[in-house]
Design a protein around this ligand. Sequence first.
Ligand code: FES
Length: 101
Amino acid sequence: MAEFVRVAGVSDVPMGSGRVFEVGDRSIAIFNVDGSFFATDNTCAHRGGPLGEGELEGEVVTCPWHSWEYNVRTGISLTTPSASVKTYDVQVDGEDVKVRL
Ligand code: FES
């Protein structure tokens, strides 16, 4: 079974924003929604834009390349509901944000 791996510090991802972290060969986006953390693949299902660099409003991130919107909790695109990005379980352990990879 996959284990939780430290990906970021709590203070690395300010509230209301996302950040990108490289974990091995994966690029993971971590989002801070009012103090709750969510993790998705960083790669947009449209043409591979970096979701972790997009604007976050509530639970919705907007891809910086062509503005597809995704719910960061479910990974489902609001723009194209048949498209989604993978989501990961997140655990906050003290100052660490851990993701089950
Ligand atoms: S690459 Fe994300 S909307 Fe086009």
